[in-house]
Ligand binder design. Structure first.
Ligand code: F6R
Length: 608
């Protein structure tokens, strides 16, 4: 989704802006641009397509001098990808240029109002109204003009502004879209994402909704919407720069798949102390947990599937009903939620618009909220009553992998923690499950090692238009995530069904050599899934089964078998997904797809 950067300091701004935009490429975009203030004039370069085109157009920034500027990667929402629709946008008098992430919901009425007043529009974007509002409200005081402008906007924005009359200053404002300020020495920055900042500074200020800042090379001043100054604390960014580079792998996705044992360990290890699970961040007391009559898990996409997989573990161990609900549905369904509901929100980015809205809706009804988030200081982490971070490090590939497994890791910890607090588990069982959980990083590593030649299986299956993924219980949840991985990066139609549902319609689609990936790791439903395999085989399907090592029942019924180590069923989702990530990766590679940046997708879905 769109990304923004800004720089003011003593160095040439263009190369820094271009570098920052490259770091934001992973979010997904279709056009890009930069704007610089120099000698009283704003110059703008915009291109459709990749940042490489922008580098070429600007001669790597050398043809665009100036020490203060803004940049943008655009992911089209209003108006097709084009040079005109790309940001930055310029005011008619040439005094202001702006970049914007988010959506201005009332842009049509503003557009009509501004057109009637004689302002001329160059683009079809919702954003352009902002720059004309600025021009309209500017009467010599830029801070007042920005405040008046944002007061007219409905929707979401992270906004960056430059102005010819304040040639060394950046003005930024935020509402429901991430915006981070980077604090340097004689230079300061802003970006929508810390990855664009970490090469330059590790000191960050996280702006909150309704805040506005004036940034010069020497200082950053933050205000509220009445221009009252706000004291902000500087937070240290702990992400490793190397973690946002490929480190010898051909794709970020493969690197991130391989990082899963480490990421899982980094997420659980600091929270297990002498056989106790310490979730200090949550203050989930016995009394509070006893007052909870249901747990609602909400998220989007893969994060939602992590919730679906962990639902079985939490419900079985805690004996509390767990309801999983897509955030885009939950936000509009007037859910039955009150102060006895514990809401668990899952989000890698911490910025997903639907998830934020669902969370706000549930909070307003009295639910206590726990956010399982990867990005420190993100909106969801800030809004939640308690944030439990997944220590996966930066995830750059659009398709999530380590983000997903570390969400499972936190949910497994939570399940054991709550079960113990609620006295639903005896000490022996608790210790045995804790020991299984501690061994999971090793088991994930073993899964990667066992499946090092999965590309050979991919060769058999990559040339297909459609695939099915089936399973029951946790196997079904992982079938959903496996199918999502396949479709989003290989563009092969991949559909997941609860195996027991096949007979209710889907089996009509099974034909000669149709690939069916059958997940069979859950022993309690093994026989049932095997029957479903036999049924699809009888109709000509090619079955690729996924099961645990030593399960001989599958060999005779499947065409191919992928093995994972046998682990405690409560935690098996975290090993089952790994070969499916690898399968999707190699199928996409054989189909020559843009694996890290699949078409039409964005890493962080900050608009509805
Ligand atoms: C799929 C994928 C998406 C995200 C979803 C939620 O690989 O990455 O389905 O899981 O957009 O994103 P977050 O977790 O950032 O809220």
């Amino acid at each position: 989704m769109c990304g923004i950067v800004g720089y003011t300091g003593v160095q040439g701004a263009s190369p820094i802006l271009l570098e920052g935009l490259k770091k934001l490429e992973y979010r997904g975009y279709d056009s890009a641009g930069i704007a610089l203030v120099n000698e009283g004039v704003i110059s703008i370069a915009k291109v459709t397509g990749r940042i490489a085109n922008l580098c070429e157009k600007t001669n790597d920034g050398k043809d665009y001098p100036g020490t203060c500027g803004i940049g943008h990667t655009r992911w089209a929402t209003h108006g097709a990808p084009s040079d005109n629709n790309a940001h930055p946008h310029l005011s008619n008098d040439g005094r202001f240029a702006i970049v914007h992430n988010g959506i201005i919901e009332n842009y049509m009425s503003l557009h009509d109002e501004l057109t009637a007043k004689g302002y001329h529009f160059e683009s079809q974007t919702d954003t352009e109204v902002i720059v004309h509002l600025l021009e309209m409200y500017y009467k010599g005081d830029i801070k007042k003009a920005v405040i008046k402008t944002i007061a007219r906007l409905q929707g979401s924005y992270a906004l960056g502004v430059i102005c010819t009359e304040h040639p060394d200053k950046l003005y930024v404002a935020r509402e429901a879209s991430p915006l981070i300020l980077g604090v340097g020495v004689s230079e300061n920055f802003f970006a929508s994402d810390v990855t664009a900042l970490v090469s330059y500074t590790r000191n960050a200020i996280y702006l909150e909704d309704g805040e506005f800042a004036e940034i010069s090379p020497e200082e950053i001043n933050v205000f509220d919407c009445t221009l009252k100054p706000i004291e902000k604390k500087i937070t240290r960014i702990v992400w490793d720069i190397k973690a946002s580079e490929k480190g010898g792998y051909e794709h970020f996705m493969l690197k991130e798949i391989m990082e899963q044992p480490r990421a899982f360990k980094a997420t659980i290890a600091p929270r297990i102390k002498d056989n106790d699970i310490v979730l200090d961040e949550t203050e989930l007391t016995k009394e509070y947990l006893e007052s909870v009559n249901k747990i609602v898990i909400t998220a989007c996409g893969s994060a939602y599937y992590a919730g679906c997989a962990a639902k079985y573990t939490i419900e079985k161990l805690c004996r509390v009903p767990v309801i999983t609900e897509l955030a885009s549905e939950l936000r509009y369904c007037d859910p039955l939620i009150d102060e006895h509901t514990l809401l668990i929100v899952l989000s890698q980015s911490g910025e997903t618009a639907d998830t934020i809205a669902a969370m706000k809706e549930c909070k307003s009804k009295g639910a206590k909220t726990i956010a399982v988030v990867n990005v420190v200081g993100s909106t969801i982490a800030t809004l939640a009553d308690h944030a439990l971070y997944t220590w996966a490090g930066p995830e750059i590939a659009v398709a999530t992998t380590k983000g997903f497994t570390t969400q499972l890791a936190v949910l497994y910890l939570f399940a054991l923690y709550a079960a113990k607090k609620l006295n639903n588990i005896d000490e022996e069982r608790y210790l045995s499950l804790l020991s299984s959980l501690k061994s999971m990083p090793k088991k994930i590593q073993e899964t990667l090692d066992t499946n090092s030649n999965i590309h050979k299986i991919a060769i058999k299956y990559y040339d297909n238009k459609s695939m099915f993924f089936i399973g029951r219980n946790t196997d079904y949840a992982i079938a959903l995530e496996g199918a999502l991985k396949m479709k989003e990066i290989s563009y092969i139609h991949a559909e997941s069904y609860a195996a027991g549902e096949l007979k209710h319609g889907t089996i009509a689609l099974i034909e000669e050599h149709r690939p069916v990936v059958a997940l069979c790791c859950n022993e309690s439903v093994m026989e049932k899934t095997v029957s479903n395999i036999v049924e699809v085989k009888a109709r000509g399907a090619d079955v690729l089964a996924l099961t645990f090592k030593g399960n001989s029942k599958i060999v005779s019924v499947a065409n191919d078998v992928i093995y994972v180590p046998k682990v405690e069923t409560f935690f098996s989702a975290a090993v089952e997904i790994v070969p499916l990530q690898l399968l999707a990766y190699y199928v996409a590679k054989l189909n020559e797809c843009d694996i890290d940046k699949p078409k039409n997708l964005a890493k962080s879905v900050t608009v509805e």
